[in-house]
Design a protein around this ligand. Sequence first.
Ligand SMILES: Cc1cc2nc3c(=O)[nH]c(=O)nc-3n(C[C@H](O)[C@H](O)[C@H](O)COP(=O)(O)O)c2cc1C
Length: 321
Amino acid sequence: MAALSHRALRELIEMFGACDEYFTEMISAGALISGGPFEAWYTDPGPCPKRLVYQLVGSDPEHLAAAVSLLDTHECAGIDLNMGCSAPAIMRTGAGVRWMASPDRAGALMKLVRKRTKRRLSVKLRIGMEDDFDYLVAFCKRLESEGVERITLHPRTAREKFKRRPRWEYVGLLRAALHIPVAGNGDIADARELVRRAAQGCDAVMVGRLALRAPWVFAQARHLENPEGEPLPRLPERIDLEAVGLRFLELLARYQPQEFHKSRARRFFSYFCDNFTWASYLKTRLARETELSAMAALLSAYCRDHPEERTRCLSLSPGLS
Ligand SMILES: Cc1cc2nc3c(=O)[nH]c(=O)nc-3n(C[C@H](O)[C@H](O)[C@H](O)COP(=O)(O)O)c2cc1C
């Protein structure tokens, strides 16, 4: 997720117990191949290169192919192409979900990039420009025939952004229509829902915004899936939200360039603060700060003023996340 799924977040999630795979933020193919000043940060593979999927965004097939060749030299779990982003700035350039408007163009792109890597090649997409399931299946079959090995579907249309519920039933139907694994994504609200979705009609579940609000959700899901199976790292009974927020700021300082600190901290807290009663007050105050140390002081002051909110029970009973 842009400005969110960087190394600092991955390190934070690993603290609680890993998740199976991490996607990088979408990396601009053009910037990557022209050696932009921040590319080393975007491609930082830590802390677990083998479980990292690099995601590329772009509209120029030659740029994307060159970027795939470049990433092919990095140890990773796979390379993903973004055909799902519906942000106007991305769509305007012909990238993201715009690829879904042109199956021939997308098929030709896949033929080209397939030759550049032996890594697992995947695509993340939406239903398409319109709600047309048959079109989605035909589009994905085309990708499959060109060597795409996995699809992640966020089952909303381009226009819907985050409006209306995601059509999770499409994930199962798409999986039944293809020969490759299909992961589902959209509106996972807690660990229970994550486990339930993973067990029903999809090969994997991708979690987006919840990973920011509850970076411990993957550890919780593992415990739910495996109540008395293999030994797992202990899940704390209570999460110290102040400590998690402060740890994130430390990780941000260590693993991201100074130029990114403010925007990335603001993005993270725009989700993480939803753990607190006075979330919008805290978000607004944090957004005004430019230094990470000032953000840390604000978070600590909030927790001092509202001591009952500083920790949260991690019970796995229904309704708690
Ligand atoms: C701030 C933000 C940035 C995002 N950036 C990306 C991105 O870089 N690549 C991508 O495939 N999806 C991106 N997404 C979409 C998410 O991956 C995901 O499809 C969407 O948030 C729905 O899942 P969720 O309900 O679990 O968050 C982004 C979403 C948000 C809110």
